[in-house]
Ligand binder design. Structure first.
Ligand SMILES: Nc1nc2c(ncn2[C@@H]2O[C@H](COP(=O)(O)OP(=O)(O)O)[C@@H](O)[C@H]2O)c(=O)[nH]1
Ligand SMILES: [Mg+2]
Length: 400
């Protein structure tokens, strides 16, 4: 009896031992499994990022570094390998921090302007032929886009003649003809920004308050610096101290030199100081900001005439006078533009806030009425949201 009990206990102990071995083996398989998966996968840059502290974006990227690869190789040796030594600290950079900023597209940013005329275009395309309603819809679309009444009539008269000459009877062909006509009208203008060798070039920015002068200078300075040019920003808007501070922040972001004066001081002397400093330091480009109080105050125009004169004086060379216009104000901006043209002899227009405007047609009105090319277009508030004006891309973005 006693023997039987002892035998039973011995059997139980043996059974438990056997079960324990199975569990341990099973566990070791579970541990090994994820390691095997890591080994078979590609060495992803994200893997070490989980364990490493992130540091400054200016540090060399890690994904292709031998250290990062070594971390993967240790895993590849499997569960029998020696315990890994503490991993070396690898400093990582997120890909988006090193990727160059993408140029925003007209198609993406002009949705508001496109939506404003899309309804009229849809109504035109819904009909099978061209009739009086078609012409009314076209007129409405162009006026809604702020092309202006006079220019709209002129464009439609030309289109009528063309439709007759080319026997256009289908609505979609008529819209294509209008598109081609708008592109042809905008083609051929010289939209380049002038830079001359040898002396500090001065680009003067003028326009009423809030249109985006300071922001545009920041964007232009950044772009020019990216292209390897040395830039100085002169805070010629002395009306408020905050205006100079805003420009200083942009100068820091763009890596540009910066000159300012006292609040309420003479803007001409700030521009003068800027040109002097640029000449002394061999800086190629001075971007001069100006104040933009209401155009009804005639002293602003007098002030700008003086600033212009100083900017053009040796050793500086005034190569651009850019009027900054807010696309949201549309036709109203044209009255301002005429006054600025008289005071400062403009060389080009920067049309800002086209991203938030339904009045894309203002580009056509500006060029027809003022005879000044739209050189740059603001498509948002970020530093990269300023692009050269591309007429074909612009017209396509409005129509499709
Ligand atoms: N959406 C949009 N906002 C802009 C653009 N350009 C400037 N702004 C904004 O317009 C406001 C006025 O700009 P600011 O440069 O101070 O105008 P300034 O008074 O002419 O110097 C700011 O809030 C800018 O961020 C643009 O192209 N698009
Ligand atoms: Mg400003």
């Amino acid at each position: 009896m006693q023997l039987a009990v002892i035998a039973l206990v011995a059997l139980l102990v043996l059974g438990l031992l056997a079960a324990g071995v199975v569990v341990v083996r099973h566990r070791s398989k579970v541990v090994a499994a994820p390691r095997q998966r890591r080994v078979s996968g590609p060495p992803t840059p994200a893997a070490p990022a989980v364990t490493q502290p992130r540091t400054s974006p200016h540090v060399a990227p890690a994904p292709s570094e031998p250290d990062a690869q070594a971390g993967v190789e240790v895993l590849a040796e499997g569960p029998v390998a020696e315990p890994a030594a503490p991993a070396p600290v690898v400093e990582l950079v997120e890909p988006f921090e090193v990727a160059p900023a993408l140029r925003p597209s007209f198609r993406d940013r002009l949705s508001k302007a496109r939506d404003a005329i899309a309804g009229s275009f849809r109504a035109i395309l819904a009909r099978t032929s061209i009739d009086a309603d078609t012409w009314d819809e076209l007129e409405e679309a162009l006026i809604k886009a702020d092309v202006g009444v006079e220019l709209t009539m002129e464009l439609l008269d030309t289109l009528r003649l063309r439709a007759k000459d080319e026997s256009i009877t289908e609505p979609d062909r008529l819209l294509d003809a209008l598109k081609a006509q708008l592109k042809a009208r905008l083609a051929g203008a010289d939209r380049s920004l002038r830079l001359e060798a040898g002396a500090p070039n001065v680009w003067l920015f003028v326009g009423v308050n809030g249109v985006g002068k300071t922001t545009t200078i920041g964007k232009v300075g950044h772009q020019q610096a990216e292209q390897g040019r040395s830039v100085l920003m002169a805070a010629g808007d002395t009306f408020r101290a905050a205006a100079a501070e805003q420009l200083e922040t942009w100068a820091e972001r763009a890596g540009a030199d910066f000159v300012r004066g006292a609040e309420g001081g003479d803007p001409s002397s700030v521009v003068f100081d800027g040109v002097q400093r640029a000449a002394a330091r061999g800086v190629e480009l001075v971007l001069a900001d100006t104040a933009g109080r209401l155009h009804t105050k005639s002293n602003l125009m007098d002030e700008l005439t003086k600033v212009r004169r100083v900017a053009a004086r040796e050793p500086g060379r005034l190569t651009e006078v850019l009027l900054v216009l807010d696309a949201v104000t549309g036709q109203n901006g044209l009255v301002q533009a005429q006054q600025f043209t008289q005071a400062t002899e403009l060389t080009g227009v920067v049309l800002t806030k086209l991203d938030g405007s339904a009045k894309g047609g203002i580009v056509l009105a500006i060029e027809a009425r003022l005879g000044i090319p739209v050189k740059l277009v603001g498509l948002g508030e970020a530093i990269g949201d300023l692009v050269e004006f591309d007429p074909d891309e612009f017209v396509d973005a409005l129509f499709d």
